[in-house]
Design a protein around this ligand. Structure first.
Ligand code: FE2
Length: 454
């Protein structure tokens, strides 16, 4: 467990961009934070005093069952100007495009590749919530098992609108544009090549200054953890100290605010007469956090053969089956390639897992053409895939000296043990599905030569 009081600035950000935002370091830690405008706002020695300091209300946000084992128990106490219950009735959110109906389309085992998803067109005003569309998914938030993969595409701030997901956690992967995110816990800013996890129930607002696009992995009813490291040891891959949680920040604004809720796969909205971002102080271990993918410590083969991609797992959401993930978030970061007598790109394979890939920047090493930043691929359970013809021919014949791979690029994968179903939006409405994807493997030549005397 790391110090919960260590305050830092992320090294990759310029001060002019971050408005002096500060963060707490650590993963799964017990944190506590007070907005410096109200010193002593956290009650001393108890969670729910008869009267809280400064006349605040105490409210607990539970991210696990009260009785979950201590190692899995997640909760935070919020000390706020008004409790979050002070809102009017929910009604349907008219601009919601989120879908959890996995029977919209017939099953399709083909390899799928999407061209870059559209940014809002000129003259359109779309905020983060309005610009959410579901590509594929599986399971049911009512049963707390499953996931959904969404694309967001927006170009204006959410203004007086807060959003929370009652169904699960969002892992957000920006690809275009910086997101300035205000949460009940404080403010974060993330840029492409960083990720942010906003967990079930946490209210947040996204501010953008121009066209913005990215990917979202949503998991139902469970939370992300760091993968076990086994023989790697105590350090490596994503180190806990590089995860950053915001410090408490509040606004006391008596204005009409919309609260949008994603509940059982649909969006609802209600009004309240004040900002939901009125938490003056908080303590607990159920928090939003961000992570810069540049900080990932890459482990790989230094002798021969290509390691399985699990070696690049940043975060994992485990199923009840040992070592099997509802969802892994895996990246393919810049690194050295040094293996001897080895076909170095990813090997051809068929997998009992579903693999959804996206590209944040650059070119993916196994497919130079057709898979572009802002696009995606889906290789479903047991559907064969691997390097395209060009990549195979090149990698089979190149001189195996040490060289850098993936510099200036960042591809990632959402891998799941569940069978993912594509929505109508993903299959048709977005109009980005590339019908020619399968052709990239059609020219694979036969190199087999029988021995002369058999
Ligand atoms: Fe694969």
């Amino acid at each position: 467990m790391l110090s919960n009081r260590e305050v830092c600035r992320p090294k990759q950000m310029k001060m002019s961009q971050v408005e002096n935002l500060q963060y707490l370091r650590g993963f799964g830690s017990e944190f506590s934070s007070e907005d410096p405008r109200c010193p002593g706002a956290l009650p001393k020695g108890q969670n729910s005093p008869q009267k809280c300091p400064y006349g605040l209300y105490a409210e607990q946000l539970s991210g696990s069952a009260f009785t979950a084992p201590r190692s899995d128990n997640r909760r935070t106490w919020l000390y706020r100007i008004r409790p979050s219950v002070g809102h009017k009735l929910y009604g349907q959110f008219p601009k919601g495009n989120v879908v959890h109906d996995w029977t919209e389309c017939e099953p399709n085992p083909n390899q799928m590749r999407w061209k870059p998803f559209d940014l809002p067109s000129y003259g359109e005003s779309v905020d983060f919530v309005e610009g959410l569309n579901t590509v594929c998914g599986a399971g049911d938030p009512k049963l707390k098992v499953g996931l959904a993969i969404h694309i967001y595409s927006c170009n204006v701030p959410m203004k007086n609108r807060g959003f929370y997901n009652a169904d699960g956690d969002f892992l957000i992967v920006p690809q275009v544009g910086t997101l300035k995110i205000t949460t009940e816990f404080g403010r974060l800013e993330i840029q492409p090549n960083e990720i942010v996890v906003i967990q079930q129930g946490m209210r947040f607002n996204v501010n953008v200054t121009g066209p913005s696009r990215g990917y979202i992995l949503e998991i139902f009813g469970r939370h992300f953890v760091l993968p076990d490291l086994g023989p790697i040891g105590a350090n490596g891959l994503a180190n806990p100290r590089d995860f950053l949680t915001p410090v408490a920040w509040y606004e006391d604004r008596d204005e009409i605010y919309e609260i949008v809720s994603k509940y059982q796969g649909k969006l609802f909205v209600c009004e309240q007469d004040h900002s939901p971002f009125d938490v003056v102080a908080w303590h607990g271990n159920y928090v939003p956090y961000k992570y810069n993918l540049e900080n990932f410590m890459v482990i790989n083969s230094v002798s021969f053969d290509h390691c399985d991609p699990s070696i690049f797992t940043v975060l994992s959401c485990q199923s009840d089956q040992k070592g099997t993930a509802i969802a892994d978030f895996v990246i393919f970061p810049p690194r050295w390639s040094v293996q001897e007598h080895t076909f170095r790109p990813p090997y051809y394979h068929r997998n009992c897992m579903s693999e959804f890939m996206g590209l944040i920047l650059g070119q993916y090493e196994a497919k130079r053409d057709g898979f572009n930043p802002g696009g995606a691929t889906l290789h479903s359970i047991m559907t064969p895939h691997g390097p395209d013809v060009k990549c195979f021919e090149q990698a089979s014949n190149e001189e195996l000296v040490p060289f850098r791979v993936a510099d200036g690029t960042q591809a990632f994968m959402f891998e799941s043990c569940l069978g993912l179903a594509v929505t109508k939006w993903g299959a048709k409405v977005c109009q980005k599905l590339d019908p020619d994807y399968f052709k990239c493997w059609q020219g694979l030549k036969k190199h087999f030569k029988e021995p002369e005397f058999v």
